[in-house]
Each structure stands twice: as structure tokens, then as C-alpha cells.
Ligand binder design. Structure first.
Ligand code: C2O
Ligand code: CU
Ligand code: CU
Length: 478
């Protein structure tokens, strides 16, 4: 079966927003797609890997003419890609060379909160260096790193503080997937920006409390990118790294592709699609088979009706490998008996956005769940279908399973681990949540201006044997 729709509710697409900014084609020459370089470890042993991450300001040649002032991790824009091996003990030196405080949030990693996780309680002040370490115990997946200081996450991400992180494990390594980074295993970080005078970004000029947008698609930091296809099959690790924009992806000729992964890992079975919608912070890994094309052809990736990447088909050897019908086993623990359903309500739009009827407070713990308990969470979006929006619900510190949407099956590509799920207006989405590490973790809408605007709360995952007290920051001590 090949799915040919976007699954989400069409009346809620961002194209219907009052403030929607349609994508426009900038009249600049095509440029090769930037492939973020890999971050080299400082050193590595059998068991441990050491990195230094630097949040830095710089200038990037994005458009012809003046360079754009941008921020990045170990580079001037976005970040170097970090590849983690499951099971290794990772040590990271975090350095802030920016003129303001920042945090380093590992979106999608099951690491302890609130410090290692890098949410708002873990500031690194300008000029400061901090050390964190963690051991990764989660399946191969595509996750990401972004700034998360409250309430300026959105602005810092807009400046460029977002990078890709890839987890590898022995299970994924045995699957017949392309994995030659930058050649047939290619990141696509989807963002949009508005270029003002002298090719500069101006977050405040473009501000919209429902999410900042720009008319120019920027893929891995490249405007009007092309990519040279040198193998018949290419795996794309797609991240919606935009502050607000939804991406409705499809190829020219309605080319079919196969989704093999979601936020938190490989899917239990491949899903064949011609269309894919991503809400903010979601990831999808897909494999595209260019076998029907010939050298010199161009295949285009669109979002809605706007071309965003051109694939120039080169010479490649035929590849007849077929994907197995079963990819990985997804653990599916039974809910802990006797636990009430944990209800979460996302409401409002603009400045009115709230979570459970209130705004985020850094000092308030809104919920508690025992480490190891498996709880059903029920996420409601109270927006009206008419004029409402899809709110992407994200949780730190765990990967969850989507159980149902309004009592029905989740979408066909939601059978793997997720950390972000788009909830349609009026919809009730049930998910299964468990934490493996004690800590304080945020959960929020990932339209980043909604998060900064208070559509966020935090939970303590606790271990009754080892009660802990946490030093929670507040806006004034920041
Ligand atoms: Cu992608 Cu709270 O973060
Ligand atoms: Cu996160
Ligand atoms: Cu929202």
C-alpha cells in the first residue's frame, strides 16, 4: 500500500493562518546543498568519547553579496553533525562564545534533566565553559541539538543554533540502509527565513507570537540548493527545524518514497508514501529510489507548491536490494496498573497560548511520574478547526509511543518512537510515556514562539528510593 495523503487536517494547515507567509523563490543562483561537516571528537577510548561544543557568532555567505550574521555550533550557522554510538559514555564541554546566555538542549535524547538535557535550567553564560556527560541508551535515530533559554529559544534558533545529532547502534547497522554520510545518507534541515537589507535576518521585525516565518526556504543553511545524486537510493534525515513552518513534502512525478524512521528511531516496518507532512521539530528518515531516472534528469522536492531542493541525477550503479518488511522491534510495555490518565491541554493562539490553562513557570513543577512507570497521557488541542492550528506536542527526557488519535489508529508512520506529535485542532491524542532517568523535564508546544509564550510545563520523573531536590532557575536569576 502506498499512502498518498498528508494525514493531518487540511483546514488546520498553516497556509490558512492569518499571518501565513507563503514561500517564495528568491532569484539567486542554485548552490550545492551544504552538508554540515561531522564534529570530530577531541578524543575517544573504547568506552568514552569527548567533544567540545562551541556556541559561536559569525557570518555566513548564504546569498550573493553581503554575508549574513548567524550563530552556530562549531561553525557559523547551524552546527556540525554529531554522531553518537549507543552505549558509549559521552563527555561534552559546552562553551558559550555568544554575547548572551544560552543552553544546549539535546532534543530527543533520553538524558537526565534539567541540567544535562540542556533546557532552561542549564544556562551557560557568555564566556563560560561547562561539562556534561551521559551514556546513551536508546535506539539509532536522528535527533537534534538546539538552544533552549527561556524565553528566547525561538530567537536563538532563528539566529542559527540548531544542529543534527545521529545515534547509531548495532540493530540499525545490520539493516540494508544507505549510511554514507553526505553521499547517500543526507541530512535535510528545513527552515525558512526572511532576508532584510544587506541580507540580514531581523527576528524582531518578523516577530509573530504564533511563530516567526520567512518566505525563503533554507535547507541546511542553503538557499536554492541542488544535490548531486550518485547512488540509486538516498536516505534523507529530514528535520523540521523551523520555528513555525509545517512542511508538506512531495517529489516531482509524485515519486514514491519509503519512510524508515521517525523522531526516536527506525519504524517497525517501512511505510510507502508520496506525501509527508512534518510539524515543527519532527524528524523523518526516508529512502528515495531514483532508479527510474537517468543521468542529467532533475528530481525536485517540493513543500506545497514550492520547489525547495533539486536533485541532479548522476551516474549510478543499479541497486536491486529490497527492504525487509520488518525493520525493528519496538518495545511496548504494559501501562502500570492503577495509574490515572495524565491529561494535558494545549489551548489558545497568539499571546493567549497556555498549557493546562496556565503559562509556564520555571519554578513550578507541574506533574510527577515515577521512573519506570508506564503512563497514558492524553493530549488535547482545544483550538477550533476553523482558525485553529496544529500544535506539535514535545516531551523532553523520553521517547513515547502514539496510541490513538480521537480513539482511532495513529497515522501509518507513527508506529515508532516519537518525541513530538502534531495534535490537530479539537483532537485528543493518547500516548504512552515512561521515563528511564530521574529529573525535571519540560513538555511543550514546539512552535517555538508558543513555547516561549508559555505553552509549556515541566514534570519531575522521580525515584522514590532516591528523592532529589532540584535547583530550578527563574527568569530573574537568569
Ligand atoms: Cu526541541 Cu524543549 O525542545
Ligand atoms: Cu526537547
Ligand atoms: Cu502551539
Amino acid at each position: 500500500k502506498v499512502y498518498t495523503d498528508y494525514f493531518f487536517d487540511e483546514p488546520a494547515y498553516n497556509t490558512h493562518d492569518g499571518g501565513y507567509v507563503p514561500l517564495e523563490r528568491l532569484d539567486v543562483p542554485e548552490q550545492p546543498l551544504n552538508i554540515p561537516p561531522l564534529l570530530e571528537p577531541d578524543r575517544e577510548t573504547e568506552t568514552d568519547t569527548y567533544y567540545t561544543l562551541v556556541a559561536q557568532a559569525g557570518e555566513t555567505q548564504i546569498l550573493p553579496g553581503a554575508k549574513t550574521k548567524t550563530w552556530g555550533y562549531n561553525t557559523t550557522l547551524l552546527g556540525k553533525t554529531i554522531v553518537f554510538q549507543k552505549g558509549k559514555h559521552i563527555h561534552v564541554t559546552l562553551k558559550n562564545e555568544l554575547p548572551e546566555l544560552t543552553t544546549f538542549h539535546w532534543h530527543g535524547l533520553n538524558v537526565s534533566g534539567p541540567i544535562v538535557d540542556g533546557g532552561c535550567h542549564a544556562p551557560v553564560y557568555p564566556g563560560e565553559t561547562k561539562q556534561i556527560d551521559f551514556t546513551l541508551d536508546q535506539p539509532a535515530s536522528t535527533t537534534w541539538l538546539h538552544a533552549h533559554p527561556c524565553p528566547s529559544t525561538a530567537e536563538q534558533v532563528w539566529h542559527g543554533l540548531a544542529g543534527l545529532t545521529i545515534i547509531k547502534d548495532d540493530v540499525e547497522a545490520k539493516l540494508p540502509f544507505p549510511r554514507n554520510y553526505g553521499v547517500d545518507d543526507v541530512p535535510l534541515i528545513l527552515q525558512d527565513r526572511r532576508f532584510h537589507e544587506d541580507n540580514q535576518w531581523d527576528y524582531h521585525a518578523d516577530y509573530d507570537p504564533d511563530g516567526v516565518q520567512g518566505p525563503t526556504a533554507m535547507i541546511n543553511g542553503t538557499v536554492n540548493p541542488y544535490f548531486e545524486v550518485k547512488t540509486q537510493k538516498v536516505r534523507f534525515r529530514i528535520l523540521d527545524g523551523a520555528n513555525r513552518r509545517e512542511w508538506r513534502l512531495h517529489f516531482s512525478d509524485d515519486l514514491e518514497f519509503t519512510q524508515i524512521g521517525s523522531d526516536g528511531g527506525i519504524l517497525p516496518a517501512p511505510v510507502r508514501l508520496t506525501k509527508l507532512m512534518l510539524t515543527c521539530a519532527e524528524r523523518a528518515e526516508i529512502i528515495v529510489d531514483f532508479g527510474q531516472y537517468h543521468e542529467g534528469d532533475v528530481v525536485t522536492l517540493f513543500s506545497d507548491d514550492m520547489p525547495i531542493v533539486n536533485f541532479r541525477i548522476g551516474k549510478f550503479a543499479p541497486d536491486t536490494q529490497v527492504l525487509p518488511g520488518h525493520l525493528v522491534d519496538i518495545p511496548n510495555p504494559e501501562p502500570t496498573p492503577g495509574l490515572p490518565v495524565k491529561k494535558v491541554v494545549m489551548s489558545g493562539m497568539d499571546e493567549e497560548v497556555m498549557l493546562d490553562g496556565q503559562k509556564f513557570n520555571m519554578q513550578r513543577i507541574d506533574a510527577r511520574q515515577k521512573v519506570g512507570d508506564v503512563a497514558i497521557w492524553e493530549i488535547t488541542n482545544t483550538n477550533q478547526m476553523d482558525g485553529g492550528m496544529v500544535h506539535p506536542f514535545h516531551m523532553h527526557g523520553c521517547q513515547f509511543l502514539v496510541l490513538s488519535r480521537d480513539g482511532h489508529e495513529p497515522y501509518p508512520n507513527e508506529h515508532g518512537f516519537k518525541d513530538t506529535v502534531g495534535v490537530n485542532p479539537g483532537e485528543v491524542v493518547r500516548i504512552k510515556v515512561w521515563f528511564t532517568l530521574p529529573g525535571v523535564y519540560m513538555y511543550h508546544c514546539h512552535i517555538i514562539e508558543h513555547e516561549d509564550g508559555g505553552m509549556m510545563a515541566q514534570i519531575e520523573a522521580f525515584d522514590p528510593e532516591h528523592p532529589q531536590t532540584y535547583h530550578l532557575m527563574d527568569m530573574d536569576t537568569l
